[in-house]
Design a protein around this ligand. Structure first.
Ligand code: BV8
Length: 224
């Protein structure tokens, strides 16, 4: 069976990484306009680097959980899996998943705003860092901010449209175009989340509960 999976911050919540919109989530402690938009970065690059440096350190200190591990197991099964994530952490990769599509970029990667060069980010980035390629002091985290175009959208739309089953895991379905992918799905659709998302009714089926319980149970059903 062809499966396309979209994950959000909820799959990394039990690894200790904050979500965005839950109680004391990131967007309740930071103004996303200040730290997750190009305008915010232009206004105060030091604040934005500090925000991502902290999240990068948290990500390095965190470990994949049973939900990440179950998706890596699913990928090694007979099914054809496209794993798309809104998350910028690398927990899917550290659980063993391959070819993960990071539509909102990756904390562990850096981008030069002057020449578009990309490289592995140091743990802590600073506005004075120079690009290893063009030496401009224009380095930024390689993440997609609000108002910027998510990565690999064509490949994502194609994978979701051709899937027999589209599954969204751990996302509030508040952010587009990710939240609109359920409309692109032509096959069955399943939402796995702690609580109904904003688009819960757009799915054929829903399973609620912590990802570390619900995802491994669902994968066990699928691969047996
Ligand atoms: C774009 C960057 C044009 C890195 C992020 C008005 C209406 C509609 C859309 C818009 C609008 N105004 C503006 C827009 C567009 C905007 C948008 O959608 N805004 C929203 C806020 C209204 N979108 C954009 O700007 C995007 N770009 O549209 O470009 C375009 C597009 C296509 C083609 C051409 C042009 C760019 C969006 C990307 C922004 N960058 N992150 C970073 O800092 O991380 S988005 C940010 O939110 C995160 O990256 C995250 O991935 C994303 C979504 O959040 P979730 O992952 O869903 O997390 P959240 O906390 O919200 O929810 C967690 C869920 O987990 C909850 O439901 C909870 O119940 C559940 N949960 C919690 N614990 C558990 C759990 N589930 C299971 N187990 C648990 N233990």
């Amino acid at each position: 069976m062809r499966i396309a999976i979209l994950t959000g911050a909820g799959i990394s919540a039990e690894s200790g990484l904050g979500t965005f919109r839950d109680k004391d989530g990131l967007w309740t402690r930071y103004d996303l306009e200040e730290v997750a938009t190009p305008e915010g970065f232009a206004r105060n690059p030091a604040l934005v680097h500090e925000f991502y440096n902290q999240r990068r350190a948290d990500c390095i200190a965190a470990a994949p959980n049973a939900a990440h591990n179950a998706l890596a197991l699913l990928q090694n099964s007979t099914h054809d899996l496209a794993l798309i994530t809104q998350n910028v952490d690398d927990l899917h990769e550290r659980a063993g998943s391959k070819g993960v599509i990071h539509m909102h970029g990756a904390l562990r990667r850096a981008l030069c705003a002057a020449c578009d060069h990309r490289w592995d980010a140091p743990v802590a980035m600073d506005p004075s860092d120079e690009c290893p390629s063009c030496s401009a002091s224009a380095t930024r985290p390689d993440v997609v901010w609000f108002g910027e175009i998510p990565y690999q959208m064509e490949a994502i739309q194609e994978a979701v449209a051709r899937a027999d089953l589209f599954v969204a895991i751990g996302t509030s379905a508040e952010v587009y175009p990710a939240a609109g992918l359920v409309e692109t799905a032509q096959g069955d659709t399943l939402e796995i989340n702690l609580a109904p998302s904003a688009r819960a009714n757009a799915f054929n089926a829903r399973r609620f509960g912590p990802a570390t319980e619900v995802v491994p149970a669902w994968v066990d059903e699928i691969i047996k």
